[in-house]
Design a binder for this molecule. Sequence first.
Ligand code: FES
Length: 108
Amino acid sequence: MSDWVKLGQVADFEEGQTVVHDFEYETAVIWRVGEKFYAIEDRCSHDDGPLAEGELEGCQIICPRHGARFDIRTGEALTMPAIEDVNAYALKVEEGIVWIQAPEEEAW
Ligand code: FES
């Protein structure tokens, strides 16, 4: 079972703001959309573009390198040139604190 990592208070996250969190082997990018939080891997599956630097449209992030779109709720690749999904991370909010679940390989 993976560990949960504290990201911060709900109030620290502004709508549409991009927040990056480094795990040991991966980097996650987190967005707040309304009252929900979503996180995917900060690495485009096409050619490693930095998704944290992309433009967010609703629940889609647009890769800044070649324009592939991903669903930030699931990590699903939606448009070419990306054909592989990226990792999506579980998030939870408890007592006003946002937590992210570390990837399996991070757990000891
Ligand atoms: S690196 Fe993201 S679309 Fe090419």
